[in-house]
Ligand binder design. Sequence first.
Ligand SMILES: [Zn+2]
Length: 327
Amino acid sequence: MGYRVVLISQDGIFTGELSEAGRHFDEREIQPEYIAFPTFFNAHVHLNDAVALDPPRMALDEMVGPGGYKFRVIWGRFHDISHALRAALDLKDTSHFLEFREGGEKALRVLEAAGVDGVLPLARPGSIEEARKIARKVRGFALSSVRDHDVEFIEELRSFAKRKDLIFAIHAGEKDNEDVEGALSLEPDLLIHMNRARKDQLRMAMNEEVPIVSCIRSNFFFGLENMENYDILTEYHNWMIGTDNAMICSPSILDELSFASFVMGREENLFAASLRGHIIFGTQPRTALVEVKPFRFSENFIHTLVRRVSSAHVSLQLPAFPEKFKL
Ligand SMILES: [Zn+2]
């Protein structure tokens, strides 16, 4: 028993039969019951703040800056975080999450307690000693903007990550371009945002092949969007998509794509960017299934998936994606 599907992949759109676990696909002419697609990689999320969904509107600094609303609320509701995290990740369209986990050991224990899979943690330790202690449990470290941390600590953490072969990620160019140069001088492995970076700064990061993650809904929420930079990024082979703070946007990439495609078009580029994390971070997509019935009059299934299908439509997640469709 398997599934009759219209399968959307990087290689094109095919109809056929998919095995029960999603591992095998036989292309043939059939009437599909499901739309099948590879599960997405969310390349930037903060899951702790799923404990405080949909706060009042306020400026970026007041909300998520050092000592801002988010941090006051999160630490006050510490015991609920693992439950909130499980609820936020009850999604079938997205299987992997690069989690920018504020905090060190304590925050990692909460993640372990939640017992969720597919989360790749990048920690934000308070000191180099703490970084040493948790190095084995994380994929790397992730900092806020260079302006939010002590310069000496940032540089030490950067070289520690390099020695341990761990990822060093940093936010830059979100509210303005003043923290971009500082971030680039650290030779980061991953840059988040860059929506407000100058064009020459953006080009410099791209020439250095630093992967860049855009979080379109979050940028619009805070009034920080920049269509010109998104346009440049859509053509970049190391561009990825994230959802940023779980308190503001759900961690579903499908929901992010729906919004992003309406404001910027470029459905095929958005789809590719949403899978690229699997290649960069060495993870394997699974298969997500959506009943085809409400969408059977689609003119183009990739456009329908990116624009119209929401996370709530996705009814099943199978453990594998057919091997013959390599990312
Ligand atoms: Zn962030």
